[in-house]
Design a protein around this ligand. Structure first.
Ligand code: SIN
Length: 502
């Protein structure tokens, strides 16, 4: 006997996009929020810098945010979606405030703003100094806990989309007792995050396996712009450390941080004399990569020693403390940094209401390709994208809620193998291959080799269907890795985060 649950709306993912959508949907809707791990894990919680937003309606300033976003994105951005992003920013920041989020404030009560790469003015709001994601998410979880129309299921991983004739009907979930549960819903929202877990080093948790993107791909949904994997220039470098990498926020460069190679030479003037350290991330990561190559090194330094200790301790409490644990006092010492995987600019293709190519299926947050990032995301536009497009999805669903009813569906008979494989070796190889051959600088030869190595695993994994989180994470990882490789092979020119040597 299959266990079946039904909701008006099912949301997969408990990051900013997922929770904000849940809180913005009509409170008469019965919502199921499914999170594959604990609600406190996940990339939104790790965001340091902040949220880019012009909060006061000022046409010239909003136009500048629009142009900065396009310029960082190599003008490959969807112009309509980008305009929506910058114009609706203020409205959604106000909504966040009314949902109980506390941003850092000046003594006169106005919001504090900072600067990051690619922005012409100080428009980044932050919370807890350099701990924005953790603060925003804690405030939203508090509000979520008071909503009785939203049922939260932690440690429940969705593995397949139930669909018929290109219409989404629900998802199959593995519950904490390792049982199959069929979740039916009138509308399904994918907010499953990014792909950091397919690289050896990422600012994200290893649990970011591209689950939503791979699941959508298996269901035949359109996936776009996967070649645009953004590498953050300043992951905290610790020799031989792999996995989740502590981020040194771009806001450190916003407050005057200088990049130096291991010989102490300030090198950004060679790469972008106009914007220097505050050039967009693709430019800075590629510059660091080149400097590391030329100096036979695996890191460079970030120097913020000209700022007073008191300022650094107040403005960057998390970074200050973390570096000190490694014996680095950032008011006196250079911080060792190197580029690491940070963000996927593409993903499940959507329109300006978050609708995917499958009816009743939406995508928001990092797993979505709304088109606002183009070939490279502007700093602190990711949390903004989460709230603006989650808000639009909620608006779209709220309009249609009166048509919702019981879903009649003949459930498929999925045949699973119940084995205890852990697929560790395959995961290690995926991360090795992606970090070696599908990193900042790409060549036809390396991409082709990566494709060959990973296709073998994909074909083997497809032959079996093991009913476990570990199987699904692994096949999801190899699926998104191959999507990145294929789309990187197809784009012969260099643009944004996609740098082709040949
Ligand atoms: C950072 O603080 O550098 C990360 C913010 C972002 O990813 O936009």
């Amino acid at each position: 006997m299959k266990e079946i649950k039904q909701f008006d709306v099912v949301i997969l993912g408990g990051g900013l996009a997922g929770i904000y959508a849940a809180l913005t949907l009509d409170s008469n809707l019965h919502i199921g929020l499914f999170i594959k791990d604990s609600i406190e894990r996940g990339s939104s919680n790790l965001a340091q810098g902040g949220i880019a937003a012009e909060v006061i309606w000022d046409e010239a300033k909003i136009e500048e945010h629009y142009e900065d976003t396009l310029r960082a994105g190599g003008y490959l951005n969807d112009k309509e979606a980008t305009r929506i992003l910058v114009e609706e920013a203020g409205k959604h920041i106000n909504q966040l405030l009314s949902l109980g989020v506390h941003f850092d404030k000046n003594s006169d009560g106005s919001l504090v703003t900072t600067l990051e790469g690619g922005h012409r003015s100080r428009r980044i709001l932050h919370a807890g100094g350099d701990d924005t994601g953790a603060h925003v998410m804690a405030d939203l979880r508090e509000t979520l806990s008071k909503r009785d129309n939203i049922d939260v299921f932690e440690n429940e991983m969705a593995i397949e989309i139930l669909h018929n004739q290109n219409k989404a009907l629900g998802v199959i979930v593995i519950n904490p007792d390792n049982e199959e549960v069929y979740i039916l819903a009138n509308r399904i929202i994918l907010a499953t995050g990014g792909i950091g877990g397919i690289y050896k080093k990422s600012t994200n948790e290893k649990i970011a396996c591209g689950d939503g993107i791979a699941m959508a791909y298996r269901a035949g949904v359109a996936i776009k712009n996967m070649e645009f994997v953004q590498f953050h220039p300043t992951g905290f470098y610790v020799e031989d450390q792999i996995g989740k990498t502590f981020l040194i926020s771009e806001a450190v460069r916003g407050e005057g941080g200088i990049l130096r190679n291991i010989e102490g030479y300030r090198f950004m003037e060679k790469y972008d004399v106009e914007r220097m350290e505050l050039a967009p991330r693709d430019v800075v990561s590629q510059a660091i990569h080149r400097e590391m190559f030329d100096t036979w090194s695996d890191h460079v330094y970030l120097d913020i020693t000209h700022q007073p200790k008191e300022f650094l301790m107040k403005r960057f409490p998390t970074i200050y403390k973390h570096c000190l644990e490694y014996g680095i006092d950032i008011s006196k010492d250079y911080i060792p940094v190197a580029p690491v995987e940070h963000f996927l600019c593409g993903g499940i293709d959507t329109d300006i209401y978050g609708k995917t190519s499958m009816q009743n299926l939406y995508a928001i947050g990092e797993c979505a390709n709304t088109g606002v990032h183009g070939a490279n995301r502007l700093a602190s536009n990711s949390l903004l994208e989460c709230i603006v497009f989650a808000g639009r999805v909620a608006e779209d669903i709220n309009k249609e809620k009166d048509t919702f009813g019981k879903i009649d569906v003949i459930l498929p008979d999925m045949v699973f193998t119940h084995k205890k494989f852990n697929f560790k070796d395959i995961r290690v190889e995926i991360r090795d291959v992606m970090s070696k051959y599908v990193f900042i600088v790409r060549t036809e030869e390396n991409l082709t080799l990566a494709k060959k190595l990973l296709t073998k695993h994909y074909n083997n994994l497809k032959k079996i269907r093991v009913f476990s989180r570990y199987y699904y994470e692994t096949i999801n990882m190899v699926t998104v890795a191959l999507l990145i490789i294929d789309q990187a092979l197809a784009r012969k020119d260099s643009i944004g985060c996609h740098f082709r040597l040949n």
